[in-house]
Design a protein around this ligand. Structure first.
Ligand code: CDV
Length: 328
């Protein structure tokens, strides 16, 4: 059986506060149709693809933001996307804000097969930003206020292969790809909303595009998997979002790239059998990894410099200190 899929990275231009959900879904349906015309089996939409990136504003009462969340999937507004997917025989991946019946809030993505059935759901693990109002920022990044963290990375047997999901900031963490890779992931789908301005360290602003491709490409290569990174891009409510959505091969090479900041589809032929060229050789995890050597350290939350090394560093600080002047 052929394991070559045609995959579309369906980048979106900005979604403004005033844009109603049905209008946004119409844009998604239009991208899905473009995907069908290009022969796509799977179209990948960004993180929070149904709304503006609302964590950029503070609200005193979380309930005032309820309208940004989906309480069912599909719901009345999103059903046309599912219906069109089934009609066209094109699957999709969609990021959205989820509010559960128990009142939990997640930054979520789902994977939908070509028959319109949901085959997987993922809740973002690495939540960036802050949880308190920080008025000094040009705009907020309150994901830690609006969402609870998900609790794991899973893979799904879908589209004739092994498919995993991650969301935005997850893509910067090597653990994301490795945890997926250790479960045999061949195709990782990752939507993102990345402001070009990074308030805690603006020196990183000029590097946003470089860092984006750096992590997508290294994650793909070091784990022998295809990675599809898809942006919501452009000027959204005064905040410039990075585009440069890309489909990356297990070689680490970019196979398809978006070149605008608007709604745009970049398409690639994704041969899942290429993964084995890496996972069966250089990155044969079973043969070459040494989990018994790095297990204790990787379980730590942060750097814990061993006591002996800390003492040596402290000695070094003392020995390089300016000698005290005689007689002082
Ligand atoms: N939506 C995100 O997760 N954005 C982060 C920004 C805040 C750094 C990102 O990693 O792109």
């Amino acid at each position: 059986m052929s394991r070559v899929l045609t995959v579309g990275a369906a980048q979106m231009g900005p979604i403004q506060l005033a844009d109603a959900r049905p209008e946004v879904v119409e844009r998604l349906v239009a991208l899905l149709r473009s995907g069908a015309a290009a022969g796509c089996d799977l179209v990948v939409f960004p993180e929070l693809a149904l709304t503006t990136f609302f964590p950029r504003w503070w609200v005193d009462d979380l309930a005032d933001a309820d309208h940004f969340y989906e309480t069912e999937m599909p719901g009345p507004d999103t059903r046309p996307l599912f219906d069109e997917a089934r009609r066209l025989g094109v699957g999709f991946h969609l990021g959205y804000a989820e509010l559960t019946s128990a009142g939990h809030r997640y930054n979520t993505a789902i994977l939908v097969e070509r028959d319109g059935s949901i085959v997987g759901r993922y809740r973002k693990v690495h939540l960036p930003g802050h949880s308190e109002h920080e008025p000094w920022r040009a705009f907020q990044h309150l994901e830690r206020y609006y969402f609870e963290a998900g609790d794991g990375f899973a893979v799904h047997g879908a589209f004739g292969g092994v498919v995993g999901m991650a969301i935005c900031n997850d893509r910067r963490w090597p653990e994301t790809y490795r945890v997926l890779g250790l479960q045999g992931c061949e195709l990782a789908l990752i939507g993102y909303n990345t402001p070009i301005h990074y308030a805690p360290d603006p020196a990183q602003d000029r590097l946003q595009g470089f860092h984006n491709h750096l992590v997508l490409q290294s994650g793909a290569y070091q784990n022998g998997m295809w990675v599809v990174g898809v942006a919501k891009a452009g000027e959204e409510e005064g905040c410039a979002l990075l585009g440069e959505s890309a489909i990356v091969a297990p070689s680490g090479e970019i196979a398809a790239l978006c070149t605008t900041d608007g709604d745009e589809l970049a398409v690639a032929e994704v041969d899942l059998d290429l993964c084995a060229g890496y996972t069966g050789t250089l990155f044969d995890f079973h043969r070459y990894r040494r989990p018994e050597v790095y297990g204790r350290i990787t379980a730590q939350r942060g750097p814990e410099v061993p006591a002996g090394v800390r003492a040596a560093l402290d000695d070094n600080v003392e020995s390089t200190a300016e000698p005290e002047e005689e007689g002082s």
